[in-house]
Design a protein around this ligand. Structure first.
Ligand SMILES: *[C@@H]1O[C@H](CO)[C@@H](O)[C@H](O)[C@H]1NC(C)=O
Ligand SMILES: *[C@@H]1O[C@H](CO)[C@@H](O)[C@H](O)[C@H]1NC(C)=O
Length: 190
């Protein structure tokens, strides 16, 4: 008899942990980044969490740290993190950390989510910027405090595409100018 009670208890524990969405965000959350929690809605108050980035300008292949952290007492249990450009295109480049996995939205490493629902103070991912220009990038993050309380698509500062905006080096445009001048000179001589 005691054994059966024990088995029921273990089964109950197991059920409640699944209910806590320990499996992370599901594919249907790829675009609206909203958890499929029945009869709930995203919070509209300022989030007690922040998303920070270690760089606000990128050139190809830069590594950028992306951190989701609590700004008040409340820990978060779940999260979904993506990078998108100004056209809304998801930009891949995340590396995994412990207790995380890829959601695989439009490409294999363009979204990361949790694999267990313990309370967290912060998570930090390394994001490798695309090697070719993809425009300005913003990190979008959803953080789940509990089943009915979550904040959707919190935004980081913009990470500006230094190549497209010329925010870093003027070397490339200068080279183009020199090349065009040489070409024109060449035409002129003929
Ligand atoms: C990217 O950001 C820079 C700096 O704010 C801005 O000048 C540029 O127009 C932006 N590019 C796009 C495509 O939005
Ligand atoms: C979820 O979080 C809110 C806000 O902190 C809290 O009021 C509520 O009691 C929590 N619900 C559960 C089921 O823990």
């Amino acid at each position: 008899m005691g054994m059966i009670y024990l088995q029921c208890f273990v089964l109950l524990l197991h059920c409640s942990s699944v209910h806590g969405k320990s499996e992370g965000a599901l594919p249907q959350s790829c675009n609206n980044m909203t958890p499929g929690h029945t009869n709930t809605a995203a919070q509209t108050s300022p989030a007690p969490y922040s998303v920070t980035v270690s760089k606000t300008k990128y050139t190809g292949g830069d590594t950028i740290s992306v951190t989701l952290s609590k700004t008040a007492a409340k820990q978060f249990k779940g999260y979904l993190i993506q990078a998108r450009n100004q056209d809304g295109t998801k930009i891949p480049g995340f590396n995994l950390i412990a207790n995380s996995k890829y959601l695989k939205c439009d490409s294999p490493n363009d979204a990361v989510t949790h694999t267990e629902a313990a309370g967290k103070d912060s998570v930090t991912f390394q994001f490798t910027a695309p090697t070719t220009s993809k425009g300005n990038i913003t990190i979008f993050t959803t953080a789940v405090e509990n089943y009915s309380t979550y904040w959707v698509m919190m935004q980081s500062d913009t990470i500006i595409d230094a190549v497209v905006t010329g925010a870093s080096s003027r070397l490339f445009p200068n080279c183009v100018l020199v090349a065009i001048s040489l070409f024109c000179f060449h035409l002129y001589r003929h």
